[in-house]
Design a protein around this ligand. Structure first.
Ligand code: CS2
Length: 489
C-alpha cells in the first residue's frame, strides 16, 4: 500500500515527534522571503519552538520569489514537513508546523501578504546575490535585473528591495503597524546593509520622503544564523518515510547544531525565539564576523579544494588528511584575527567546527558550497585577508583559498571534466579568463582586475600576489592534488 502524503499530524505512523501544539490554532505574523531548505531547518524550527511553548499568532507565510517547486511540495501538506537531524550518534525527526502556506513566483500575492496588518516581522534568506545591493556603494545595484525591473515599475515589484519598499509604503498609507525586517543571510551587518538598500531604493524610485520615513520608522536588526543544511535528496525523503510513515516531499535534513544570534530591536513585537535557543544581543557584528570568517571562510576553502581534488562531500574532504590539516590552519588563522568575544573560546569554536564538518551522517556537496564565490569570498576570505595584511599576520591561508577559487573558475578539473561556476558573475569571470595564457600570473592578473571583487589593497600587496601565483602554478603544472599536498606540508 502506498504511504499517505503528510497532510495532517494524525497520519503520523513512526518515531517522528509531532509539533507540541495545534498549528491551525495560530495565525500568521511573519512573511519569510526565500523558503528554501535552510529556512525550514532554521528560523521555522525556532518559530515552531516558540509557538509550542509560548503560543501567539506567529506562523509563517513562506515566499519563494521565483521557483514554484516548494509550493507544490509544501502546500498540499498544509505546510507540514519532517525535520531530520543527524550525526554519528543517530537520527531524530520531528514535524514542523510553523509554516502556514507558501506563495510561489507570485509577486502580487506576495505584496498582499506583506501588506496584511497581522504581519509584524519579515524575515529573509534570499542568498547573497538575491538582495540586489551593491555592497561597496551600500545601496541598490541598479544593474541587478530585479532592481532594474522594479525601479521601472515600483508599484508592481517582484524583487526584494521593490517588494519591501512598496509594502512599507502601502502599510504606511493604510495606517498599519510597520513590520520589522530581519535579514538571515550570511552577509556582514546584514540588517544595516538591507536598510541601506531599501532606503536607497525608495529614494531612487523618486520618493525621498518615503525614504526618510523608512529611515525613521522601520527596524532592520542584524542576525547571525548557523546550521549546516544540505539540499534534500531521495535519501532524505526515504528517511522521512521511515520516520513518519508518510510521504513527505518537503522534508529537510540537517545537523543537530543550531545557532541564531539576533539584535534585539523589534518595535512591533516578535516570537519568543529564545525558546528555540536564539540569543538576543545588542551587537551581532562580532558573532557574524566569527562565523563568516571561520565557518564560512574555511567552508569555501575546503569546498574549492575538495571539489578540485575530486571529493564530492564535505565529510570526504575532512577524511583527507592534507585538506583536513589545511582546514585546521585556516580556522586558526581566521580565529587569530578576531577580537575576543565574552564567553567564547575561539579554539573550542574551531574544534567544534571541524567536528561538524566531519559529520558522517550529512551529505553536504562541495559543489553546493562552491557556488556564488564572487558573492561569498569578499566577507569570508578577502575581509580577513585585509585584517591579516594590516596586522602583519599570516596571509597565506587566505591566499591559498583565493588561488583554489581561481583554479575552480577555470571551469575544468585536472582530468579535463568541465563544470559550471554557478555564479552570478560566471559569464564575466569566464570571459576574463578565456583568452589569457594558462599561466598563474596571467590568471591571477585577470581576476584581480575584475571590478568590485578582490580589494585593491590586497591586489597591490606583493606577498599576496606571490602566494597566489605559487599555489596556482603548482596546481596548473603538477595538478591540484599535488598543490594541496605541498601546501599541507
Ligand atoms: C555554506 C553555508 O553553502 C555555503 O556557502 O558555507 O551555507 C553554511 O553551510 C551555513 O552558513 C552554515 O550555517
Amino acid at each position: 500500500m502506498n504511504a499517505p502524503r503528510l497532510t495532517d499530524i494524525t497520519l503520523l505512523n513512526g518515531p517522528a515527534e509531532g509539533p507540541g501544539y495545534s498549528p491551525e490554532a495560530h495565525g500568521a505574523g511573519i512573511v519569510h522571503l526565500g523558503v528554501g531548505a535552510f529556512h525550514r531547518a532554521h528560523q521555522a524550527v525556532m518559530t515552531d519552538d516558540a509557538l509550542a511553548r509560548q503560543g501567539g499568532d506567529w506562523r509563517i507565510i513562506g515566499v519563494s520569489l521565483r521557483s514554484t517547486a516548494i509550493a507544490k511540495e509544501l502546500n498540499p501538506q498544509n505546510g507540514l514537513y519532517t525535520l531530520i537531524e543527524r550525526d554519528e550518534n543517530g537520527t531524530k525527526a520531528r514535524i514542523v508546523g510553523a509554516v502556514q502556506k507558501v506563495i510561489a513566483a507570485n509577486p502580487a500575492a506576495t505584496l498582499d501578504a506583506l501588506c496584511d496588518p497581522s504581519i509584524r516581522v519579515v524575515t529573509l534568506t534570499v542568498t547573497e546575490k538575491g538582495y540586489g545591493i551593491d555592497r561597496q556603494a551600500r545601496g541598490p545595484d541598479a544593474a541587478h535585473p530585479a532592481v532594474k525591473a522594479d525601479l521601472a515599475q515600483p508599484d508592481a515589484p517582484a524583487g526584494v528591495l521593490g517588494l519591501l519598499t512598496a509594502a512599507i509604503k502601502q502599510r504606511r498609507q493604510a495606517g498599519h503597524v510597520p513590520f520589522t525586517v530581519l535579514s538571515c543571510d550570511n552577509l556582514p551587518e546584514n540588517g544595516a546593509l538591507l536598510r541601506d538598500g531599501v532606503i536607497g531604493f525608495a529614494k531612487l524610485s523618486g520618493d525621498a520622503e518615503l525614504s526618510d520615513w523608512i529611515a525613521q520608522n522601520i527596524a532592520f536588526p542584524s542576525s547571525m544564523v548557523d546550521r549546516i543544511t544540505p539540499a534534500s535528496t531521495d535519501e532524505t525523503r526515504a528517511e522521512a518515510l521511515r520516520q513518519t510513515g508518510c510521504e513527505d516531499q518537503a522534508t529537510v535534513e540537517t545537523e543537530p547544531f543550531i545557532q541564531w544570534v539576533i539584535e534585539d530591536h523589534f518595535p512591533s513585537g516578535r516570537p519568543q525565539w529564545e525558546e528555540g535557543g536564539a540569543l538576543f544581543v545588542s551587537d551581532v557584528a562580532p558573532y557574524e564576523k566569527m562565523k563568516l570568517t571561520m565557518l564560512n571562510g574555511s567552508h569555501s576553502m575546503l569546498a574549492y579544494t575538495g571539489f578540485l581534488a575530486g571529493r564530492r562531500y564535505v565529510r570526504d574532504v575532512m577524511a583527507d588528511p592534507a585538506i583536513a590539516q589545511l582546514v585546521k590552519r585556516h580556522l586558526k588563522a581566521a580565529g587569530d584575527l578576531l577580537q575576543p568575544l565574552p564567553g567564547i573560546d575561539v579554539a573550542d569554536y574551531a574544534a567544534a567546527l571541524a567536528q561538524r564538518f566531519r559529520n558522517p551522517a550529512i551529505a553536504h556537496e562541495t559543489y553546493q558550497i562552491a557556488m556564488d564565490g564572487s558573492q561569498k569570498l569578499p566577507q569570508r576570505i578577502f575581509q580577513p585577508a585585509l585584517v591579516a595584511l594590516d596586522t602583519g599576520s599570516d596571509l597565506r591561508p587566505f591566499a591559498f583559498a583565493t588561488a583554489m577559487w581561481m583554479r575552480f573558475c577555470l571551469g575544468r578539473l585536472d582530468d579535463g571534466t568541465a563544470h559550471d561556476l554557478r555564479d552570478p558573475r560566471e559569464v564575466e569571470i569566464t570571459a576574463a579568463l578565456s583568452d589569457v595564457p594558462r599561466s598563474a600570473s596571467a590568471i591571477s592578473d585577470a581576476v584581480h582586475i575584475l571590478p568590485n571583487l578582490i580589494p585593491q589593497r590586497l591586489g597591490e600587496d606583493s606577498d599576496w600576489r606571490a602566494h597566489i601565483e605559487q599555489v596556482l602554478s603548482a596546481a596548473l603544472d603538477q595538478g591540484c592534488l599535488s598543490a594541496i599536498q605541498q601546501e599541507a606540508r
